[in-house]
Design a protein around this ligand. Structure first.
Ligand code: NAD
Ligand code: TYD
Length: 356
């Protein structure tokens, strides 16, 4: 049975994946209201939403998912029938140097959203309701040379980031089991694409190569990640929201494993020609650095359940996705300059007459 939401609450919609989701969702569902609740951390940028901000059914609310009164007001006021929960602290390296905010936002913030959603759903304010928790394959821990994460793989997170996401996923499960709340949980592999903050591997590489800065490769560079274009992730989330059964968990991935060093070499080579540099020039920027503590060796997702049950498959080949991503960064140097300098906060001030 297909669920057709009429008013959704997107949390973290000013971040990388949330903003890509909002662009796609509004294009596909122009009659559905979309409320974006985001507190605009360093990773939240309203310039990611240019093009939808004046859409009659889009509304931005500056606020924290941990603010129970605000969340309750939005749920009731907007008659929200689906929560799509992206808001999080998302960078593993930051979680190693400062884990506390990860617990506060990812665990306690999710708990607040769940609790306010439970009250709203139990009050019967809307005919149907879904809570979709966006999560990561990192909750499963690390793989050896072979094998894949399935939805049955036990949770074994290794970083404060993945531990906080696993904690949130378990709370979502508990709300379904205890209260019968209609929850959904997706766990996706590493994303890449437009609006990706240049602290994560792929946008960092592009940014540093353009600026002829060194390319830090952690450890031996042989850690493996499974890369998916962010628009494929957004499409999968929309599919799960509309078609998955209450209480279900779905892995999302593109069957696209790369060793880090191979990605680094590929991005170097693609940018040699685009920047008019000699072949092999950019690879000279590669610098092996001390490994990340607790660095997961390999992630690989088995997303066959999603394909089998709901018919989702990625639309992007990696060849096309990485080429388009590099071209997007080259064409959007102003955006990169704004987020690296922090001046994008001026944009908020201009639009909303104050500072986040
Ligand atoms: P991001 O860091 O780019 O964006 C996070 C957004 O959440 C920002 O706009 C930020 O301002 C907002 N936010 C943070 N704390 C908040 C709070 N307390 N209240 C309201 N808003 C808050 O993250 P992303 O890469 O877009 O990831 C989005 C979600 O997808 C996360 O839940 C992450 O765990 C998950 N995920 C990410 C990846 C990936 O490769 N990036 C892969 C799988 C799953
Ligand atoms: P990242 O983009 O931080 O995603 P995650 O840690 O969530 O997988 O990192 C992707 C991989 O690239 C990971 O194995 C760590 C590695 N890495 C580097 O080698 N150098 C870097 O500067 C960064 C940011 C990551």
């Amino acid at each position: 049975m297909t669920f057709s939401p009429s008013s959704i609450l997107v949390t973290g919609g000013a971040g990388f994946i949330g903003s890509n989701f909002i662009h796609a969702f509004i294009a596909n569902n122009p009659d559905c209201r979309v409320t974006n609740l985001d507190c605009l951390t360093y990773a939240g940028n309203l310039a990611n939403l240019k093009g939808v901000e004046h859409h009659p059914h889009y509304r931005f609310v500056l606020g924290d998912i941990g603010d129970a009164a605000l969340v309750a007001t939005i749920l009731a006021g907007e008659k929200i029938d689906a929560v799509v929960h992206f808001a999080a602290e998302s960078h593993v390296d930051r979680s190693i140097t400062g884990p506390e905010i990860f617990v506060r936002t990812n665990v306690l913030g999710t708990q607040t959203l769940l609790e306010e959603s439970r009250k709203h759903w139990q009050a019967g304010a809307v005919a149907d309701f879904r809570f979709l928790q966006i999560s990561t394959d990192e909750v499963y821990g690390s793989l050896g040379e072979s094998g894949y994460f399935t939805e049955e793989t036990p949770l074994a997170p290794n970083s404060p980031y993945s531990a906080s996401k696993a904690g949130a996923d378990l709370l979502v499960r508990a709300y379904h089991e205890t209260y019968g709340m209609p929850t959904l949980n997706t766990r996706c592999s590493n994303n890449y694409g437009p609006y990706h903050f240049p602290e994560k591997l792929i946008p960092l590489l592009i940014h540093n190569i353009i600026n002829q800065k060194s390319l830090p490769v952690y450890g031996d560079g042989r850690n493996v990640r499974d890369w998916l274009h962010v628009r494929d992730h957004a499409a999968a989330v929309e599919t799960v929201l509309k078609a998955a059964a209450s209480g279900s968990v779905y892995n999302i991935g593109g069957n696209n494993e790369w060793r880090n060093i191979d990605i680094v070499n590929l991005v170097c080579d693609l940018l040699d020609s685009r920047l008019g540099r000699a072949a092999g020039e950019n690879r000279k920027l590669i610098t092996f650095v001390t490994d990340r503590p607790g660095h997961d060796r390999r992630y690989a997702i088995d997303a066959s359940r999603l394909k089998r049950d709901l018919g989702w498959e990625p639309a992007y080949t990696f060849e096309r996705g990485i080429a388009e991503t590099i071209d997007w960064y080259l064409a959007n140097q102003e955006w990169v300059g704004e987020v690296t300098s922090g001046s994008y906060r001026e944009y908020y001030a201009q639009q909303y007459g104050g500072r986040p």
